[in-house]
Design a protein around this ligand. Structure first.
Ligand SMILES: Nc1nc2c(c(=O)[nH]1)N[C@H]1C(S)=C(S)[C@@H](COP(=O)(O)O)O[C@H]1N2
Ligand SMILES: [Mo]
Length: 398
């Protein structure tokens, strides 16, 4: 089935349904249909996918600004026991592992006092963002377009902290654990690792601030890992243990989950120590874009209207966003907005003047500074990752 037909179906349904959650009307019963508006403590107006563990998606209206407000920022957890703010006041960060010269225990004050502060704007995007749009359907949390957000993250370089602990020559990966845990002991604890080179990259941070405020509770208070350009699975929240490892981390969340077929998606830094014959860990975010001011089915003036949105990629930055109103035959460049840095949402806008009443179709494609372009066809993969198909918007001019 063609995407156009699919979106036409969505247009018909749009009128009878409330939120933006209903992106794809053909999803099986019991997936996106059960989503409703809700919010965990400290948040407002999100789309509730599950409550235990809390999984809440950001609706389209919160992407009208290139910086996503903290109280609208999506929430994703694998485990249901999340320490409350009181428990987190006793939080300490432990650094060690067989690849470290010495063990350290640090408080937030130690981090603030002993290391140089850094702020980076970066998109935090769940690997499974848009999984709910996959055809054929893929099991997992059925995210729509909003398992992502862009924020200014302030903290210190992970590298500086690792150097303080002393990096042994045999160090291979850096592993993270967070303060959340599972209800039953059989559920594997959520642990993630990244290659040493990615951990030592100057843009990889331990952040305590998001958009100038302390991290919201459910976005990782008091400290989270920020790996700009890489999908959010590595952005450990409530991080309380960091291990320099001389061997690959082999827990469930590294070995079995968050994997893509080997070589299917481009990356600047393959995760060499975790590659198997068939697959490899997901790493870099694929170039993507989203129309944020209009939805399918919208009525627009035939004399002229603006189409606006955001575009982003895995850290090269956005070279162009182009719009086609003739089903992809010709493309015109949109005007790019303020550059918040290569890892951030880049806003864009274009004036369209259909000049006549009737349906208007607009396709939008972003190209990164590395020359990567959004795909025309979905790249199928078992876990439903990296959906970056060119969006086709259908509106009606009158
Ligand atoms: N401690 C902890 N950190 C975590 C997770 C988690 O379940 N527990 N999930 C990861 C995943 S898969 C995502 S998409 C992001 C979501 O970040 P957010 O909830 O701040 O939006 O957190 C990451 N860090
Ligand atoms: Mo995720």
């Amino acid at each position: 089935m063609r995407r156009r037909d699919l979106l036409a179906g969505a247009t018909m349904l749009a009128a009878s349904r409330p939120a933006f959650a209903q992106f794809d009307p053909r999803l099986p019963e019991g997936t996106r249909q059960i989503a409703r508006m809700g919010a965990p403590p400290g948040k407002k107006d999100l789309i509730e996918l599950t409550d235990r563990p809390p999984n809440y998606e950001t609706p389209l209206d919160a992407f009208r600004t290139a910086i996503t407000p903290n109280d609208r920022f999506f929430v994703r957890y694998h485990l249901s026991v999340i320490p409350d703010m009181d428990e987190l006041r006793d939080w300490r960060l432990e650094i060690g592992g067989d690849g470290a010269e010495r063990s350290l225990t640090l408080t937030l004050d130690d981090l603030r006092r002993d290391f140089a502060p850094v702020t980076i704007a970066a998109v935090c995007q769940c690997s499974g963002n848009r999984r709910g749009l996959f055809q054929p359907h893929v099991p997992g949390v059925e995210w729509g377009i909003g398992a992502m957000g862009n924020a200014r993250w302030t903290g210190v370089r992970l590298r500086d902290v690792l150097v303080r602990a002393g990096v042994k020559p045999g160090a291979l990966e850096v592993a993270f654990n967070g303060a959340d845990s599972a209800v039953v002991e059989e559920t594997p604890d959520f642990l993630k690792s990244i290659p040493l080179a990615r951990a030592m990259h100057p843009d990889t941070l331990l952040a305590w601030e998001m958009n100038g405020e302390a991290l919201p509770h459910y976005n990782g208070f008091p400290l989270r890992v920020v790996v700009p350009g890489w999908t959010a699975t590595y952005w450990m929240k409530h991080v309380n243990r960091i291990a320099l490892r001389t061997t690959p981390e082999d827990n469930f969340w590294m070995k079995a989950a968050y994997r893509v077929p080997r070589g299917l998606f481009p990356t600047d830094m393959p995760f060499a120590s975790q590659v198997t014959t068939g697959n490899e860990p997901i790493t870099q975010i694929m170039v993507n874009s989203l129309v944020t001011n209009l939805q399918d089915g919208a009525r627009v003036p035939a004399a002229g209207f603006d189409i606006e949105g955001i575009a982003w990629d895995g850290g090269h930055g956005i070279r162009t966003v182009e719009v086609s109103t003739d089903r992809g035959q010709t493309w015109r460049p949109a005007t790019l907005g303020e550059d918040l840095g290569p890892y951030a949402f880049r806003s864009w806008t274009m004036r369209l003047q259909p000049g006549r009443a009737g349906p208007v179709q607009a396709m939008v494609r972003a190209t990164s500074n590395a020359g990567q372009v959004q795909v025309a066809q979905l790249v199928p993969n078992p876990a439903g990752y990296h959906h970056n198909v060119i969006q086709t918007l259908e509106v009606t001019a009158s």
